[in-house]
Design a protein around this ligand. Structure first.
Ligand code: ASP
Length: 302
C-alpha cells in the first residue's frame, strides 16, 4: 500500500482529495509562507531535466519551513549504476521523510511506493502522469473562470507522449469540462479517445479551437522520439497556435502551456506573450499547489 500522503497520479485521487488540495492551495496562496513543515526533510530526486517543477517544489517546501535535498541523476551515484530503489532507500536512511521524484520510466513512483515507507510525490513519470501540473492547471482555470464544468477545452499537440496531457485529461474531464483532443496521428492516435468516456478527437485545429474556452497546448516531446520528428513543417502549418487560429476561439478564450514552450513550433511569440496567455500564471500558481501537495503528504491537511 502506498503511503497515504503519496501523490502518484490523478487517477488514484479521490474527488475529496482533489477538492481539498485545490482549496488548501487557495488558502496557502492568500496566506503565503506558513511554517507547517518546519524541520521536515524532503528529497527531490530528478532523473530528467526540469525547471518549473523542480524549482517550485523546492520553493514550496521552503515556504513551508522544510529542508530540501536535491539529487540529480547526472551528478550522483545513479551515474555509477545505483538502482532507483537503492537510491531511495539511501535517502530515507539519511532521514528523508518524503521523496519527490521525476523519472523517465512510467510507473517509477508507483514502484517506489511499494517498497519505501515515506510519501512519494510523482513529479512526472515517463509518458504516464504529471499530477501536480494538472492540479495547478485546474487551479489556474478556477482562479480565472470560477468553474471548470461546462467549459470547452481544446488539448492540442503531442497527446501520445505527454504525461501532462494524460493528467489534465483525467482531472479536467472529472471536473466536468468538455474536452476535444487534436493533433496529427503520430501524436494523437485514435486510441487517445479511450482514455476517458466523452473525449472527442479531431485532426483539424481550427475545428478544435472553435468556441473553445481554454486552449491547452502541449510540447512535442522530441526526447521521447529519439530526435525531432520528421513532420515539423506539417505540424507548424496545421497545428501551431497563431493569432489567426486563436481568433476562431471564444473572444475571451485563454491559452495554457505547461512549459517549456518551444516558440515557433507549438505557438508563435504573439500568442505566447499575448494578453490571453496564462503561461506565467500557471508557473506562479505551481508553488501554492505544490505547497498544498506537500502539506497533504505529511498529513497536515486531508
Ligand atoms: N514540463 C512538462 C513535463 O515535464 C511538460 C513538458 O516537458 O513538455 O512533462
Amino acid at each position: 500500500m502506498p503511503h497515504p500522503g503519496s501523490l502518484l497520479g490523478i487517477e488514484a485521487l479521490t474527488d475529496q482529495a482533489i477538492a481539498s488540495i485545490l482549496s488548501s492551495a487557495r488558502q496557502l496562496e492568500l496566506a503565503g509562507a506558513h511554517p507547517a513543515l518546519a524541520g521536515r526533510r524532503i528529497a527531490l530526486l530528478f532523473y530528467e531535466p526540469s525547471t518549473r517543477t523542480r524549482v517550485s517544489f523546492e520553493m514550496a517546501a521552503k515556504a513551508l519551513g522544510a529542508t530540501t535535498y536535491l539529487v540529480l541523476a547526472a551528478a550522483s551515484s545513479i551515474e555509477k549504476g545505483e538502482s532507483l530503489l537503492d537510491t531511495a532507500l539511501t535517502l530515507c536512511a539519511m532521514g528523508a521523510e518524503a521523496i519527490v521524484i521525476r523519472h523517465p520510466s512510467s510507473g517509477a513512483p508507483h514502484f517506489l511506493s511499494r517498497y519505501v515507507d515515506v510519501p512519494i510525490i510523482n513529479a512526472g513519470d515517463g509518458m504516464h502522469e504529471h499530477p501536480s501540473q494538472a492540479l495547478l492547471d485546474a487551479f489556474t482555470i478556477l482562479e480565472i473562470r470560477q468553474r471548470i464544468a461546462g467549459l470547452k477545452i481544446a488539448v492540442i499537440g503531442d497527446i501520445y507522449h505527454s504525461r501532462v496531457a494524460r493528467s489534465d485529461i483525467h482531472l479536467l474531464s472529472r471536473l466536468g469540462a468538455e474536452i476535444v483532443l487534436c493533433g496529427p496521428p503520430e501524436l494523437a492516435p485514435d486510441v487517445a479517445v479511450t482514455l476517458r468516456p466523452g473525449l472527442r478527437l479531431t485532426r483539424n485545429a481550427d475545428e478544435a479551437v472553435r468556441d473553445a474556452d481554454i486552449i491547452m497546448l502541449l510540447r512535442v516531446q522530441k526526447e521521447r522520439f529519439g530526435g525531432l520528428p520528421l513532420f515539423v513543417e506539417r505540424y507548424i502549418a496545421e497545428f501551431q497556435m497563431t493569432p489567426q487560429r486563436l481568433a476562431k476561439a471564444r473572444p475571451d478564450a485563454l491559452v495554457m502551456h505547461p512549459g517549456p514552450m518551444v516558440r515557433g513550433m507549438e505557438l508563435t511569440d504573439a500568442v505566447a506573450d499575448g494578453a490571453r496567455s496564462l503561461v506565467l500564471r500557471q508557473v506562479r500558481n505551481g508553488v501554492a499547489v505544490r505547497m498544498a501537495i506537500l502539506r497533504r503528504a505529511f498529513g497536515d491537511v486531508n
